[in-house]
Every structure is written in C-alpha cells, then in structure tokens.
Design a protein around this ligand. Structure first.
Ligand code: HEM
Length: 345
C-alpha cells in the first residue's frame, strides 16, 4: 500500500512540476517539442500472423495522424533521438489507440525511480548531455547510443519503437504482452545510424560549428516528400506469450525482446498524405492510456516496477491539458526561426 502511495506521489508531484514549469511558463512539451504532423489512413493487414485480436481485425481501417519529432532540441541538425506518435483517429486528442515511439529498441530509463533521476540530470557536463545519468546507469548509456540518430535524411526511413510493454489479449482470451514498432514500408536500411565505435567516448549534442543546413531540414524534407505523394510505413508487433519461467524482466523496457523468439509481425499499413499546419501540430496530444482493454496498460505496484514508466506517462495528462489551456490564454507558440537561413530576396 505504502509503495503505491509513493508511486502516486512520484507521478503526480512530477506532473505538477511539468504543469507549472513547462506548460505555464514555457508553453512547451516536456520533450518532443520540435515536430510535424501528417494525416492519413491505417489499414490492418489481410492475413495477420499474430493470434486473432478484436482491435486488429483483418482489413479494418482507421483515419490516423502521425507526428514525427526530434526529441530534445529545436534544431533538427543536432544529434538526438527521433520519434513517431501514431493516433488511430483523425483527431487532436480522442482516439481508440495511440502509440508513442522513439528510435532505438530500448529505453534510457525503466522505472519511475530512475526516470526521475534522469530528469534531474538535464544539465550538460563538459558539453555532454545526461553525463551524470550515464555515469550511474551504463544501460541508459547503451540505450542512448542505440537511440540517437545523426543527420537522418528523412523521418520516413527510421524505425520507431514503443519500447514499453502493454497487454495483448486476443480473441482466445489469453493474456499476452506486446511491443510495437513503426517501420518504413520498404523495410530498408535506417538512416542516421552512428557506428558504435564513434560513440565510445560519448557524443556532443550541439549544432556543428559553421553548420549551414537549415535547423528545420528534417521537417522541410518531410513536407516536400508528402507533397510528392503518400508516405508509407508498416506497423509491426512483437508478442510475448507468458511462460512459467518468466520473471518481471519481460517488462523491462531497457531490454529488447529477442527477435529470433519474438519476430516482428505486420499489423497494419500506414499511409499519410496531408501535412497539418504548425499550429495544428502544436495542438496535438497523445496518451499511452488511449488503448482498448485488449491492449491495455499493465498495472504497476511501486516506483521500481518496470510498468511504473507507463503509470507516470498516463499521470502526465494534466501537463498536456495545461499546455493547451495556456496556449488559449497566451497564444500558440511562434515558429522557431531558422537562424542559419539566408533570405532569398
Ligand atoms: C519508453 C518510454 C517513453 C517513450 C517511448 C516516450 C515517447 C514519447 C513520445 C513519442 C512523445 C511525443 C508525443 C507527441 O508527439 O506529442 C512523448 C511526449 C511526452 N512524454 Fe514521453 N515517452 C516515454 C516516457 C515518458 C515518461 C516516463 C514520462 C513521464 C511523465 C513521459 C512524459 C511525456 C510528456 C509529458 C510528453 C509531452 C506531451 C505533450 O505535452 O503533449 N514520457 N513521449
């Protein structure tokens, strides 16, 4: 009981800080602020290879919105994690399912306790981001190495993972577990990957001196790509069927499930063909607890429970609503100007 109260306090005190500092004072998302949103359609595959599931009925269609983002900085040229948030509705908020995904198969943090420590390690040390956190958690450092992308050529050619685990309860009623990823439809090589050897001494997360590329280059590329025709992806799933030998490690989002035993199976074709405006993009909100019970969140018992990560995310809803509320009062954020752009006239 005490552990649950502690988890509640962690999640809601943290949310209160977000509401005050980020939503009210800065009118920013806590992260993933630098993004762009497109509208399109999701079609569930005709012959799923996963156990029949009520939500993913073959051929079922949904309108959708897909928001791509560079996670940490306003400048697309800076080396950082990239993201895709997929809403199974053409809506700013309501939706039967939202999936929030980052590049890299594993997460930098895996419990409410170490997430909050991560949050306190924002300052740079000798130009290196999250240094104190990485010193304490080498697994987090590895996740950072796997998740960051340098000069990706496009948002459309990266692989985005939910990393955390949720229920998958099929028509047979068996409680299985799932992770998702959004992949380019061609399943081709990922852009922006960095050889691990180059990251041995960590990495710098600032713009290159003398950088000439637009700090909005990724968003601009995506806009041009959509103007030329639909951008296509495939949504895939990994499923874990519980076994008597399982431990809680199954839920550890800093450990990837072995693809040999948990292959990625196609769930749906995703195609987006219309870009939204920057204001509309800013009004978007996604939520990890937008899911049917058959894909529901797994309960968490304490701040060390692996599922406490999703508990915290669900609890951050107030921060998202406040962000919108303060937009109404103070206006929507202005576009980030490209400091490096040269006037054409
Ligand atoms: C593996 C873990 C996580 C993943 C993969 C993840 C992914 C994401 C993604 C993709 C977005 C962008 C949503 C958008 O496009 O609007 C986002 C935003 C956000 N995340 Fe996370 N997240 C994780 C953990 C957390 C945790 C532990 C918290 C704690 C509260 C959190 C709180 C937030 C908040 C407040 C936003 C901004 C939402 C808004 O203002 O609309 N996330 N996250």
């Amino acid at each position: 009981m005490l552990k649950k109260v502690q988890l509640w306090l962690y999640a809601y005190c943290y949310t209160t800080i977000l509401v005050i500092v980020l939503s009210f004072l800065k009118r920013l998302r806590m992260s993933h602020n630098n993004g762009t949103t497109a509208v399109g359609k999701i079609t569930i595959v005709d012959n799923p290879a996963f156990p029949p599931h009520p939500f993913f009925a073959p051929g079922r269609e949904f309108a959708c919105r897909l928001r791509h983002a560079s996670v940490s900085y306003d400048d697309d040229t800076i080396l950082q994690v990239r993201a895709a948030s997929l809403k199974f509705a053409d809506s700013f908020w309501e939706s039967p399912l939202d999936l929030e995904m980052n590049t890299g198969g594993i997460s930098l943090f895996w419990s409410a306790r170490n997430f909050l420590f991560f949050f306190t390690c924002q300052g740079m040390v000798n130009g290196l981001a999250f240094s104190t956190y990485y010193d304490k958690y080498p697994v987090g450092l590895q996740a950072g190495k796997e998740g960051i992308r340098r000069y990706p050529s496009t948002f459309a050619q990266m692989y985005y993972h939910t990393q955390t685990v949720q229920f998958f309860i099929g028509n047979d009623g068996v409680k299985r577990y799932a992770k998702f990823r959004l992949a380019p439809a061609n399943l081709g090589p990922e852009t922006g990957l960095i050889p691990m050897a180059e990251l041995a001494n960590r990495w710098v997360e600032t713009a290159k001196p003398g950088e000439t590329l637009s700090q909005n280059y990724l968003k601009e590329e995506y806009a041009a790509r959509i103007a030329a025709g639909p951008v296509r992806y495939v949504l895939q799933i990994q499923i874990h069927t519980p076994a008597p030998t399982d431990t809680d490690e199954v839920f550890n989002c800093s450990v990837a499930w072995d693809e040999a035993t948990h292959p990625f199976l196609d769930v749906a074709h995703v195609a987006v063909d219309r870009l939204m405006t920057l204001d509309e993009n800013n009004l978007m909100r996604f939520a990890v607890n937008h899911c049917p019970p058959s894909l529901g969140m797994i309960p968490a018992a304490s701040i060390d429970d692996y599922n406490s990560i999703n508990y915290m995310r669900a609890a951050s809803q107030a921060a998202k609503s406040s962000r919108l509320f303060f937009y109404k009062i103070f206006g929507l954020p202005a576009p980030v100007p490209d400091a490096r752009s040269t006037p054409t006239t």
